[in-house]
Ligand binder design. Structure first.
Ligand code: BGC
Length: 267
């Protein structure tokens, strides 16, 4: 149990990668604050999986603690909601040690058709939400004088172009520099920050692609390991980065992409 005694908040954990991360962190002994925006049923499902993964009884300061998960609705695209979410987690468990900035959205459109509304939706959730969630956690850690771990779920598209997803790529590229910058600024506080960059993972964000055999076939040809990733392929790395085994790791991005990013072959 690498995370016994720790409290972790995973944004966007009602489905997909976020749900797998919440469950995995619970299995490692953390108590988990689950977050959803539009899918409360998904959050309920995560909560019940978290309870099961965490086991019924953990001895915390001599008493049996079976409150392994707590779910909070909040829109990561709205700063007031973001602050309320972090505060709710701290209030419920009395502390917050690990923040996984997982919530993310993407909108498909050629550059010349992108609306201001869609641009803002993507940038607000993927970058502004991460900025202010991280700020709230850091304020809490400074006040309580404790170390912490921040893990951002970025994307291979913090490096790789993705035509028709320019706002998404800009948000993930921004996340890359946010992480590098904060690794320097937060290190003296004992806080580490890293990015995990998934490639094509089988989750609801990809539903359209998964249902289009032609596009899916073309994508699979680009993945040297020959399959899409599963959410569990990502959650194991997040559990490692959240643990003391990763105490000396900060400011880096780790790709979980089946080899996709560097796959260039001449036919
Ligand atoms: C995107 C997916 C895409 C994958 C690989 C992810 O960041 O969310 O839509 O399939 O990258 O390109």
């Amino acid at each position: 149990m690498k995370l016994a005694g720790k409290v972790a908040l995973v944004t966007g954990s009602s489905q997909g990668i976020g749900q797998a991360i919440a469950v995995r962190l619970a299995a490692e002994g953390a108590r988990v604050v689950i977050n959803y925006r539009s899918n409360p049923q998904g959050a309920e499902e995560t909560l019940s999986k978290v309870q099961t993964a965490g086991g019924d009884c953990h001895l915390v300061e001599g008493y049996c603690d079976n409150d392994r998960g707590y779910s909070v609705g909040a829109d990561l695209g709205m700063v007031d909601d973001v602050r309320r979410l972090i505060a709710a987690g701290i209030e419920h468990y009395g502390q917050l040690d690990i923040l996984v900035n997982n919530a993310g959205i993407e909108k498909h459109a050629p550059f010349w058709d992108v609306t201001e509304k869609d641009y803002e939706a993507v940038l607000n959730v993927n970058l502004k939400g991460v900025f202010f969630a991280t700020q709230s956690l850091v304020q809490h850690l400074r006040e309580t004088n404790r170390p912490g771990k921040i893990i951002n779920i970025s994307s291979v598209h913090e490096e790789l172009p993705f035509p028709n997803f320019t706002a998404y790529c800009a948000s993930k590229g921004g996340l890359k520099m946010l992480t590098r910058n904060l690794s320097v600024e937060l290190a003296p506080l004992g806080i580490t920050i890293n990015n995990v960059a998934p490639g094509a993972i089988e989750t609801p964000i990809n539903t359209k692609l998964l249902n289009d055999p032609e596009k899916l076939g073309a994508l699979l040809k680009n993945i040297p390991l020959g399959r899409l990733g599963q959410p569990q392929d990502v959650s194991g790395l997040v559990a490692f980065l959240a643990s003391p085994d990763a105490d000396y790791i900060t400011g880096s991005t780790f790709f979980v992409d089946g080899g996709l990013t560097w796959n260039y072959q001449e036919q």
